[in-house]
Design a protein around this ligand. Structure first.
Ligand SMILES: Nc1ncnc2c1ncn2[C@@H]1O[C@H](COP(=O)(O)OP(=O)(O)O)[C@@H](O)[C@H]1O
Ligand SMILES: [Mg+2]
Length: 314
């Protein structure tokens, strides 16, 4: 789909040049059977990128599996990844394949790979090197043919330097590193995505939105989006649930987007500024309230009242 600079690539909608460049890289690396590491903030679309790599690869007809390495403790993670043999632990009533076996002939996404416990990293390295898995409690290694795509919001190299990630595994997984820019780094994409999500939501919603009020769009564009596209989707779901009428209004948006600190009346920012000024004056005068008040040009009583209101102690 192409409309006036906006493209949708395997579910990723954008008009951003860096995203387009990323798509071209994805198209190329998908064809090669090499491990890819996708780095990007949470909600930026890493899973969609991983799926695109699978869909464009010769493995497209095979399975695509994803596992979140941050979600489970080490022992469970091992069993989920590599499977377990009957009797390996209480409740292991039959041989159970893990994600590696389930992804045989296809692609396995190791999501939040930087969170893998070190002991699991050692086992994963063995799998990558031998192309076999040894299920927990199992005796015989099972050959697996799996293309690994990893994703993380962290700089893996820094994790290696901090001793939390094995360097040898990093080199195995990060043969092709690709970087997914955050939503706040793609000016114009907020408006594009708002339009896409409204078009998607209208047919299945009680509310029908035909337009976005300029103040609402301005607030959406000014927001920092720490949760990226996922957060934007949620903000629109909020607007559908909270607001009425065909125009999405500023008041329909979650408060942190509609009324962020430091804009509009910004009482919090103003209070913080005043508190900082009081502290600075007190510090400059060795904690003397008389002299701090004189320096600020207010009475001693006024200074005391403001200190109390703002929770400032000398
Ligand atoms: N460019 C995009 N266009 C449309 N939807 C997107 C885009 N990027 C992310 N999404 C959607 O946002 C949500 C989060 O994306 P996901 O790939 O799970 O992010 P991550 O894996 O980086 O946390 C998903 O619902 C996904 O479909
Ligand atoms: Mg994710």
């Amino acid at each position: 789909m192409t409309t006036g600079g906006v493209i949708t690539f395997h579910g990723l909608t954008t008009q951003d040049p860096a995203m387009r460049a990323l798509f071209r890289i994805v198209e190329k690396v998908a064809r090669e059977d090499v491990p890819v590491l996708v780095r990007g903030e949470t909600g930026a679309g890493k899973e969609l990128v991983a799926h695109a790599i699978h869909a464009l690869s010769p493995r497209a007809a095979g399975p695509f599996r994803a596992i979140n390495c941050a979600a489970l403790p080490a022992t469970l993670l091992e069993s989920e990844l590599f499977g377990h043999a009957r009797g390996a632990f209480t409740g292991a009533v039959k041989d159970t394949p893990g994600h590696f076996q389930a992804a045989h002939g296809g692609t396995l996404l190791l999501d939040e790979v930087a969170e893998l416990p070190l002991e699991v990293q050692a086992k994963l390295l063995r799998v990558v090197e031998t192309r076999t898995v040894l299920p927990v409690g199992g005796r015989d290694p099972i050959p697996v043919d799996v293309r690994i795509v990893s994703a993380t919001h962290r700089a893996l190299r820094q994790e290696v330097e901090a001793g939390r990630f094995r360097a040898d595994l990093m080199y195995r997984l990060r043969v092709i590193p690709v970087f997914l820019p955050a939503l706040r780094e793609r000016p114009g994409d907020v408006a594009v995505l708002v339009r896409r999500f409204i078009a998607e939501a209208n047919p299945r919603s009680r509310r029908r939105i035909d337009d976005v009020a300029p103040a609402a769009l301005a607030a959406l564009e000014a927001h920092d989006w720490p949760g990226n596209v996922r957060e934007l989707k949620n903000a629109l779901a909020y607007a559908y649930a909270i607001g009425d009428g065909p125009v999405l209004q500023l008041d329909d948006l979650p408060p942190e987007i509609a009324r962020p600190d430091g804009s509009g009346d910004a009482p919090d920012a103003a209070r913080a500024d005043e508190a900082a000024a009081l502290r600075a004056a007190l510090e400059a005068h060795g904690g003397s309230r008389d002299r701090a008040a004189a320096a600020l040009g207010v009475s001693r009583v006024t200074l005391w009242r403001r200190m109390k209101k703002l929770g400032v102690t000398p």
